[in-house]
Design a protein around this ligand. Structure first.
Ligand code: ATP
Ligand code: MG
Length: 401
């Protein structure tokens, strides 16, 4: 077994080794490397305690990320590497946070506190793969299996229940039988977990390759975790065909009560807003008519319309086909390329022009611009300053009579 560790991480390992300490890359990066995937980040575990680590890191910048839990972030060649002392988590009286953590000099004890066998492997180029819980075998078998007894591990930290679903989705793996049994029995406990942590795991679940299996298979359990109401099974079973875009996927997963569902997951305002726009756009009929499409873009924004068309390629509306959505998408691209106006900023006039011409500032100007834009889109006016200004005066006078 040979893992290709990037230079900046090797540097951190080397410093710890030179200080006389064991140090390994561990967790997700080992799992992903064995699978041939590019790891998101590289975590290091070591027998060195924080003070000892810091002696090894002299000359490197380091940040005390969670020093009481043994975590220091070393900045190596400009990139962060999280380094954590081997530790045993204490009892979990709240099912969320260990009451205390104890440092240990045993790698095996550190691996034993980790959630799943595939996440409980460590690797050092000299010593090779350390895999006391047969994570590599489970990787081969495509199985998510708890380290130790699932009931015990889930009562220590209920977030692991949702993490099991998240990794099942991310990797497209089955959940091993006993672990799956405990997920089903204990799902309710996830309600005790901080909602933002639930939100983080759920968004990763939604982006996973196994999402189309996990969502319908674990609908009841997700509901018990407070994640609902989700779309019907036939809809969920096709989620995977959507692009890997969180907002598109969420808009389909939660066809009703979207805002509440997303707020309960503590998603940010921007994501929630985008999803709502997409759902509004989904009420429109797919059209490759230039005028109609530009009006839709004016109403919901370019992004929401383009996301809506992505969704309609997988879930065509009644009487339309995926091909219709495809063609509308191409027309949308043409509109963008040709620079035809569809939003107020593209008009050849601005509110300023009207204020200067004596039309009183305020809401009226906004409404006026909106009318002009519609007329431009409908081909009734040319997008030229003088023409628009003249028309504005006509409209203004008519409305103020
Ligand atoms: P990803 O690549 O998606 O981030 P990851 O495996 O790195 O996956 P993290 O949430 O970043 O997942 O956690 C890093 C490692 O810490 C895990 O691989 C696992 O060994 C351990 N871990 C994280 N959360 C828990 C938990 N709740 N209980 C036990 N071990 C955990
Ligand atoms: Mg990670």
């Amino acid at each position: 077994m040979n893992i290709n560790i990037p230079e900046y991480v090797t540097e951190v390992l080397k410093r710890l080794h030179d200080g006389g300490f064991e140090a390994y890359v561990v967790g997700g990066c080992v799992r992903d490397s064995i699978l041939g995937l590019a790891p998101d980040d590289w975590d290091v575990c070591t027998e060195a305690e924080p003070d000892e680590m810091k002696d090894c890191f002299i000359g490197l910048r380091s940040v005390d990320t969670g020093i009481q839990h043994g975590t220091v972030t070393a900045i190596s060649q400009g990139k962060p590497v999280e380094v954590t002392t081997y530790r045993i988590d204490g009892t979990y009286s709240d099912g969320r946070h260990p009451d205390d953590v104890t440092f240990t000099r045993s790698l095996k004890e550190d691996l034993a506190r980790r959630d799943f066998t595939i996440n409980a492997m460590a690797y050092d180029p000299e010593k090779g793969l350390i895999d006391p819980f047969s994570g590599r075998e489970d990787l081969k078998q495509h199985l998510i299996r708890c380290v130790g007894e699932p009931e015990k591990r889930f009562s220590e930290d209920a977030l692991r229940i949702l993490r099991a679903l998240r990794f099942s989705s991310k990797l497209g793996f089955e959940i091993e039988e006993e672990t799956a049994g405990a997920v089903r029995e204990m799902a309710e406990m996830v309600r005790k977990v901080a909602r933002e942590r639930v939100g983080i795991e759920f968004t990763k679940l939604v982006m996973g390759t196994g999402v189309s299996e996990v969502l319908p298979d674990y609908r009841t359990e997700l509901q018990k975790c407070g994640i609902f109401p989700m779309a019907d099974d036939p809809v969920l079973q096709r989620i995977r065909e959507l692009p890997e875009k969180l907002t598109e996927r969420l808009s389909v997963v939660f066809p009703e009560k979207l805002r509440k569902a997303l707020r309960d997951l503590r998603l940010d305002h921007q994501t929630i807003g985008s999803c709502e726009q997409i759902q509004e756009a989904l009420r429109e009929t797919v059209s490759c008519d230039n005028t109609e499409l530009r009006l839709q873009m004016m109403r919901w924004g370019r992004q929401a319309v383009s996301d809506m068309l992505d969704i309609r390629k997988v879930y065509p509306e009644k009487g339309k086909s995926a091909q219709d959505a495809e063609e509308a998408g191409q027309e949308l691209q043409n509109i963008l390329k040709s620079g035809q106006a569809w939003n107020l900023k593209q008009l050849a006039v601005t509110g300023r022009d009207f204020i200067d011409a004596g039309i009183p500032q305020g809401r009226q100007i906004g409404a006026l611009l909106q009318k002009l834009l519609v007329m431009v889109i409908e081909g009734k006016l040319e997008n030229q300053k003088d023409i628009l200004k003249d028309e504005a005066h006509v409209l203004f006078c008519r409305e103020n009579l």
